[in-house]
Every structure is written in C-alpha cells, then in structure tokens.
Design a protein around this ligand. Sequence first.
Ligand code: HEM
Length: 502
Amino acid sequence: MIKGIIKNHSQNLYRFDRIHSVLFIKNSTLIGAFSPSQSKFYAQSHNFNILKDSTEHDTTLPSFMVGYKNGFLPRQDPLAKLPDRFYALEHLLQNMPIHLPNGGEGLLAKGQLGNAVKDLPQFDVSDITDQRLLSALFRDYTFLASSYLLEPCDIMYRERKSYGIGREILPKNIAIPLSIIANKLNAFPFMEYALSYSLYNYQRTDSTKPVVYSNLKLIRAFAGTPSEHGFILVHVAMVAHSGNLVKYTMETIEATQEKDRAKFNNALKNLSDTMNLINQEMETMWERSNSDDYLKFRTFIMGSKNQPMFPNGVIYEGVSEKPLFYRGESGANDSMIPCMDNLLQITSKLPKNPLTEVLKDFRKYRPTNHKEFLDFVQRSAEEVNVRGYAIQVSLYLANMDQIRAFRHRHWNFTKEYIIKNTAHPVATGGSPIVTWLPNQLGTILDQMNKIGQTIDYNKLTPENKIIIDEIVNKVNAQERVLKREVKFLKQQFGSSQDRVVI
Ligand code: HEM
C-alpha cells in the first residue's frame, strides 16, 4: 500500500493510499515527437525541448518558448518601449488610454483615436528580425487595432449599455505592418492573450526582483484604471508559477514511462502544490480588480468572430479584400489549464459537441511553441497512459480537484464580473457566455464523480474515507448547483446561447 501526505489549498493534510485497484499500464514508446536539439539552451526531457534558462540576451529565438524557469511567460521581460524609429506609434499608444497616468484624459476618452490614427505613418517592418522587437510591435499594433475597431462600441456602451457596430475597415497604416509582423510570429493579426494583452504586457519595477504581483507594472492599457491593471497582472502573477507546472508535467510523463512509482507520486504531489499556489494567486483577483469596473475596459478585448459588433468581419486594407474574423483576447488562451487537462487526460473526456470544438479552436490562439508543447503533453500522456498509472492514488484526484477549484472560481468570476452586469450573450473570445464554461466545469465534476464511484472504500483508512467523502460530496453539490444555474441562465439568455461559431 502506498502511503503519503499531500496538502490541499485549504492547508488540510491529505493522506493518500491506493483508492483504486485497477492498474492499466500501456507499454509504449514516444513516437513522432520533436527531434531533440543539441542546443546548449535546451534541457532534453523526452522529446520536447524545454528551455533550461531564459536565454536572456538572445533575440533570435521566439519570445515565447516553454521553459523550466519562465514556464509560459516570455523568456525575456517584454520590451516596454519602442525604439525611436517608431516614435509616432509609441506616442500614440502612450496617449491612448481613457485615463492617463498624469490624471488627464487620453484619446479614447472622447473618441479622438480614429482621427489621430490618420496621422500615423505606415512603418516598414519587413526588415525586422529581432524577436523582442517583433513581439513588442505585435503587442502595440494589436492594442492600436483593437482600440481603433472598438472605439465606437466603447463610447456607445458608456452611453447606452449597448455596443452597436464597430469600425469595419482597419486602415492600411495599421493593417499592413500588423499583418507582416503577425506573419513573422506565426500569429493571427489580432490581439492575443499571451502575445499581447496579458503575458507580453508587464514590466518589473525592480529588475533584480522576481515576477511577483507587487513588483509589476503594466506597459499598455485601454482604460488606465487600477482595476484593469489588477485584471491583467493577476494573470501574469499566476503564470509566473508555471515553470514548476512545466517541470512536474514533464516529470509525471517521465515517471509514468519509467514506471517509477516514487518519482511519479512526488511529481503529482508537487504538481498539485503548484496548482494550489496558482489558484491562491487567482483568488486575489477579487481584491485587485473590482468586479463593477470590468465592463469599463472589457469592450476593447472583444474579437471580430461571432460578435454582433462585427456582423461582416473586418477588412484589412491593403491586406485582404475578404473580411477577416478572429476570436478576441481571452484567458481561454492561457496554457496552464490546457496543460493540466492534457496531462490528466481530461481533454479526451470532454463531450463531443460544438462547445468542445470551440475549446479546440481556442487552442490555436497562442504562441507556436506553447501549442506544440500542449500537443506534446496530450500525445505523451495518452501514450504512456498517465491516467491508467495514476488512478489508483488519490493524488490524481487531488490534481483534478485543483482544476475543479480553478474552473469553479472562474465560473464565479464570470457570474460576478460579467453576467450580473450585462445581457451581452458572447464572451470576449466569442464563446456563448452561459454554456461554454460550464461545458468544461461540468466535465471535470463528472469525471471526479466517476472516479469517486470506483473507489474501493474497504481499502481506505478511516481518515481517507472522510477526505474522499468530502471531495465527493462537494463535487456532487457543485454539479447539482451548476446544472440548476445553467438551466436558469439559458432561459434568461434565450436562443443566443445555441449559436456556437467554430
Ligand atoms: C475577472 C476575472 C475573469 C473573468 C471575468 C474571466 C472570464 C472568462 C470568460 C467569459 C471566458 C470564456 C471564454 C471567452 O472569452 O469566450 C474565460 C475563459 C477562460 N479564462 Fe477567464 N476570466 C477571468 C480571469 C481569468 C484568469 C485570472 C485566468 C488565469 C489564467 C483565466 C483563464 C481562463 C481559462 C483557462 C479559460 C478557459 C476555461 C476552460 O477551459 O474551461 N481567466 N474567462
């Protein structure tokens, strides 16, 4: 019997032992993965090249490369200010936010951005290869594009609580350089969670101190309010813990393949501790970003895909005569939860429905290396069968419980920050607001329930019985409440929730 102790996020001590006796280990090798690189920068672990250090001074590698130190954050601090060559763009962005740092009103406050954009030169960016500069330019052009396209919607929302129609043509002095840069970064030419809004938008106040919330400031903003600052930087502070998430994900896969039970248990325990830290950081959102303020900056992170403000998409002048449609910025493009879903093989348990197809579509909107890593984790976990090897210990359930805690809190955010304050039917990423998140939360609850039912209670210590009972009861209660809430909200939001665009 395997015995040990793990801590959950409420600091309870979990004892774990065998809670399931089925053992299914697939004898497998990793095939078709990436070929190992001999570069001094990489640590080899199985067949995916994880960055060993942050390669601080290298500007030839992409900014976003999954690393043991930086996790899913960029491997270098984002470039905060553009070089003099782009002074006009830098100047425009600094003067754009509704509230300026000096207490004055910026261009977006009174709808003056549209005119100001006319004076922006069309910069030639075709010669640029420096990855740090390309990343900063991508962030800045996407901030400008979203501000320009959604400026009329923000003004209308402030006046009438309805968004109206956005600008349908992106002028060539933004569209052309943005498309060239996006192409170089292998990204969509639209604002993204990692590449622009969140993970490429922070500065350390003291560069000798770590990436922790108290040491961070924003680079770009739409509203320029404390709540916007808090909203964006809580994401960054959470992702600052993701180096360990990557580390223990790799160790879990390795240990499963090596059938090393001690290493496996250790990796799963550390993984759940790491997720616990991330969840604790997430909890600070309530105090760092006021839920009443969210809609005051949210307009600008809406997309052009499945949004009533862009019924005909957006024409990128000088780039495409056909209208283009892109999902808006969303935490759904963060890589931590998809990493956990893939490692614990939850992804393959998601129901086969259009909502799950939306989740898959979201996974395209991220840095290439993140996407490759997530694909690698999914493939490897299935091949070595992490779930089959793990299912006998409550550590697996403890990790699922961390995903549940994330999604449960997250659903509470969505109700409090959004649903309570607006009847707008789609989220920023274009998903239906009251059904999409419950599709995933419901799946994790359902999966935990199923595992709970397979536990052989005769093999549990009395203490473990109490702990497992607590988890199972909590899961049951949350599942019942969620079903009731979704039923009620679907009636409130009506047929808009049946419209799922993939
Ligand atoms: C006030 C706080 C937040 C609100 C109101 C909020 C809202 C939302 C909404 C409405 C979605 C649906 C997707 C879409 O945009 O179409 C979403 C997805 C998501 N967000 Fe957030 N979010 C918040 C904070 C966070 C934070 C701090 C994270 C941390 C990384 C995060 C990560 C995610 C993830 C992973 C998903 C996909 C959920 C899933 O796979 O089930 N969100 N968010």
